[in-house]
Design a protein around this ligand. Structure first.
Ligand code: PHE
Length: 449
């Protein structure tokens, strides 16, 4: 591979970085919130099924295309094309992916900024800076803009640092901290009054919910969002993987960590909602449904933590600190998408590319903040429930139909120490070519019409 390109220094480094990308607000903010709005356990079942039957094969398409091209999404789709039309469409898909990654980062940075704000507010309160703490926790234009900007700057600094020294090093440090804090919080909340009702809601499916119209759309969006699919993130990370790594098992590990943490986060959020309810917090809406929406975990958890005095302060700081970390290891992977394109296409330095991409994203994000009611939900739905699955469809078609089968198989064979034809090689190409596009078309079709 070209010496100038970055590469992950170790297998663990890749898994941490890819899992770091996957695990983020999608698992701990979006998944529990969407689940609460879709009846708990029934949603979890659909989500798990789609994660393994659809999202994992799409993840493999991205990783394989990326490693084959050792380049960004546009390069990768062009490399497997055999004529000008295919290259042209591939370019269009690649550009849409880069734009979608930037769009996702522009709403992501807003929520991540709130996480940082809440994480700072509790310790500030403890040392007596009540005014600053209140400012950080109260909705306001300047607060939202300031925190978003702070978060984008942090993201930019890590990405500018490069693949191994920036992304890999930080993911390796931050991911284990995240998992430990989450486990501690789940264990703690489980001991509180009311947690049992939350576990029931989470674990015992209400079969009638399986028929609800939104469940497939929401679960597919959640799975694509959570595994960072469609926008070229995993493709670019795949391009930094060495040729002798076994991609199918790396992919399984990333998917398992991601789904595992989403499920674990559910064990925190639903019980926490019911614990809060036991303390008098309103968690049901007008129709008796669980409340959901972007501010759910802030509202519910803050009230929960507030009832716990000093312990609450420590837990709140841990939780929101953890969320900020999880968001950062994801946001760096989003920013890497436009940055790798600018570096490879225009030979910019990583610093210059990170700076320019971050500034554009800051402007997009500021527009969303200033029109929050009208734009936020729209941008989230359009990017995660429509653009990500459709881009995933494009990637499956390029991996399955456009890419010459022999060349695809020899890329997959690089994984294998011997010449043997593995089960994965037998099943996946056909599956990704037929079943995945079908599922995506049916669900997106149902959403749109
Ligand atoms: N997977 C990330 C999360 O769960 C979000 C993400 C989406 C990251 C798309 C990269 C690309 O928070």
């Amino acid at each position: 591979m070209a010496a100038s390109r970055g590469e992950f220094g170790s297998r663990l480094g890749f898994i941490m970085a890819a899992a770091g990308s996957a695990v983020g607000l999608g698992n701990i903010w979006n998944f529990p919130t969407t689940m609460a709005g879709n009846g708990g356990a029934a949603f979890v079942l659909v989500y798990l099924a789609l994660a393994f039957l659809l999202a994992y094969p799409v993840l493999m398409a991205e990783l394989t295309l990326g490693r084959h091209a050792h380049g960004n999404m546009i390069t990768a789709l062009a490399k497997v094309s055999s004529n000008g039309t295919q290259r042209g469409i591939g370019m269009l898909i690649g550009v849409t992916g880069i734009f979608t990654a930037s769009l996702i980062l522009s709403f992501y940075a807003i929520i991540a900024g709130w996480m940082m704000g809440f994480g700072l507010a509790f310790p500030l309160e403890a040392i007596g800076s009540q005014g600053a703490a209140d400012w950080l926790r109260t909705d306001g234009l300047m607060r939202n803009l300031g925190l978003m900007f702070g978060f984008v700057i942090l993201t930019m600094l890590v990405v500018a640092g490069g693949v191994e020294a920036g992304i890999e090093r930080w993911s390796k440090r931050l991911m284990p901290m995240l998992i430990l804090t989450l486990l501690a919080l789940v264990a703690y909340v489980a001991t509180l009054d009311g947690a049992g009702a939350g576990f029931r809601e989470y674990l015992v499916p209400d079969v009638s919910e399986l028929m609800s119209a939104n469940i497939l759309t929401d679960a597919m969006g959640a799975a694509f969002f959570s595994l960072s699919l469609g926008v070229g993130t995993m493709l670019v990370y795949g391009s930094y993987v060495a040729d002798n790594e076994h991609l199918p098992s790396l992919g399984v590990q990333v998917a398992l960590v991601d789904v595992g943490i989403a499920v674990l986060a559910g064990f925190l959020i639903l019980p926490a909602m019911y614990v809060a309810a036991a303390q008098g917090v309103e968690i049901f809406g007008a129709q008796g449904e669980l409340i959901s929406g972007p501010t759910l975990i802030f509202d519910v958890l803050v009230q929960l933590f507030a009832g716990m005095e000093a312990t609450g302060m420590v837990l709140a700081t841990a939780f929101f600190g953890l969320m900020s970390i999880a968001a950062l290891t994801s946001s760096i992977s989003m920013l890497e998408v436009p940055v790798s394109f600018l570096v490879e296409r225009f030979q910019w330095s990583r610093m210059q590319a990170s700076l320019v991409a971050s500034m554009i994203i800051t402007v997009m994000s500021a527009v969303i903040i200033m029109n929050f009611g009208a734009l936020f939900g729209l941008v989230v739905t359009a990017s995660t429930e429509i653009a990500q699955p459709l881009l995933g469809l494009g990637l499956c078609i390029y991996a399955g139909w456009v890419w010459n089968r022999n060349s695809l198989l020899s890329e997959l064979a690089k994984n294998e120490p011997s010449e043997q034809f593995t089960l994965f090689m037998r099943i996946w190409p056909v599956y990704a070519q037929t079943v995945c596009p079908l599922i995506i078309v049916v669900i997106v079709g149902q959403t749109l019409f």
